[in-house]
Ligand binder design. Structure first.
Ligand SMILES: [Zn+2]
Length: 407
């Protein structure tokens, strides 16, 4: 990955004067004087924020505040000769209650990207280097006013309801979302869409089981960073965390069947599993998370919790796979281990389900089919119920007297 040279400057002519500006620059190829094309412009709305993404054909040098509070933000590309791609609008009306509009101004002195917000709010500006098929991108994240507090209330409300309502909480993450499409199959079928369809059906089915409350970490087409997925589940004091995906093999059209993963601390079961974990772990680079240092807490208490979580994760993985395999519609590839970032919580058992191969035309057809999505949801629901049985964890409905240790 290329390094970004970020220099802090004061008061540049095209930047709002109240803010310090950062120059985000990357070394251009020697002698490359070709104009850069702005090749894409789009927005993603999530409950917490709105993300505006600009695609460029090559690295660009931008001047903008790194972050700030305001009703608008201007990103300038001084002296940069930029052309606007034929599919890129001159302006974008977002009007989602967070961002009003975005305009692309190609001026003599350089290009300006101007964003207007509905209210004064926090924003962040950061670049994403090209990753896989994704081009070089500039991302502006704009916070929805009050959303962080509302989300905290929602999650602590779920945690607080566990004891009085005598429910176990099962959190699901539908893999990928927003900028991160996940794997692609024939006929433009996208992993991020099929995972959400399966996860929604699964939540409906599980919520019909007395004693279980199922919750989605994303319920729309937007991106959640890898660690944020399990931290959301931790904040709702989830008892289980399940991440839903669809697999894809390197060879076009090949690969078949289902597999369920739990975390490995010592590398993957084999090279293919290591490659898969690498692909899934690249989500933050594709989906859009500013580069930052990660802090993996390590202490003795943590090790004890981790050992217990791993053991229970294996039991959960086996319980789920037993039920997927029971339909004989898909081959069982077994329970496996790899170093998935999304499975790193020690607070609950967590697994990643690779439902089927989206690059295999037969399985892609299944993944798109609502009847198959519902069947997969029913099988995984049964797997969750059986896991609780096998783990000796009773499921109590509100009107069943009895004991149960609810956290
Ligand atoms: Zn995936």
């Amino acid at each position: 990955m290329a390094m970004h040279q970020r220099t802090f400057l004061r008061a540049l002519p095209l930047v709002p004067p109240l803010l310090l500006a950062a120059v985000i620059s990357t070394s251009a190829e020697p002698g490359a004087a070709r104009p850069v094309a702005l090749s894409g412009l789009r927005s993603w709305s999530s409950p917490a924020s709105t993300r505006v993404v600009f695609d460029f054909s090559a690295h660009v040098t931008t001047v903008a505040p790194d972050s700030g509070l305001g009703r608008e933000v201007v990103v300038s590309l001084p002296g940069e000769s930029v052309t606007r791609g034929t599919n890129v609008p001159r302006s974008l009306d977002v009007r989602d209650g967070v961002v009003d509009s975005v305009s692309v101004e190609l001026l003599e002195e350089g290009t300006r990207l101007h964003l207007w917000f509905k209210d004064s709010t926090q924003f962040k500006v950061f670049p994403l280097v090209s990753e896989g098929t994704s081009p070089y991108r500039l991302v502006v994240d704009v916070a929805r006013q009050g959303a962080a507090a509302a989300e905290e209330r929602r999650l602590s409300g779920i945690a607080a309801s566990k004891k009085p309502e005598r429910v176990r909480v099962v959190a699901f993450h539908a893999g990928h979302g927003g900028e991160d499409t996940g794997a692609k199959g024939p006929g433009r079928v996208l992993e991020k869409a099929v995972t959400l369809a399966v996860a929604r059906a699964l939540v409906d089915d599980l919520n019909a089981v007395p004693g279980i409350r199922a919750v989605l970490t994303r319920d729309g087409d937007y991106f959640i960073p890898l660690r944020e997925r399990y931290r959301t589940a931790e904040r709702m004091k989830a008892d289980l965390f399940i991440s839903i995906h669809a697999n894809s093999s390197k060879r076009r059209g090949s690969g078949s069947g289902s597999e369920v993963y739990f975390l490995s601390l010592r590398g993957a079961s084999d090279q293919a599993d290591a490659d898969l974990a690498d692909r899934e772990n690249a989500a933050d680079l594709v989906g859009g998370v500013p580069a930052q240092a990660e802090d993996d807490l390590v202490n003795i208490l943590y090790d004890v919790k981790r050992a217990s979580a791993l053991q229970q994760s294996q039991l959960l993985a086996e319980s789920l796979l037993d039920h997927i395999a029971s339909s004989r519609r898909l081959e069982s590839r077994g329970v496996k281990q790899a170093g998935f970032v999304v499975l790193k919580s020690v607070e609950f058992p967590s697994v990643l389900v690779e439902t089927a191969f989206i690059n295999n035309p037969t399985e892609a057809r299944l993944l798109k089919n609502p009847e198959f999505q519902e069947q997969m949801a029913r099988q995984l629901t049964e797997g969750v119920r059986v896991y609780f049985q096998r783990a000796g964890i009773g499921l109590l409905s509100p009107d069943t007297p009895g004991s149960g240790s609810f956290r």
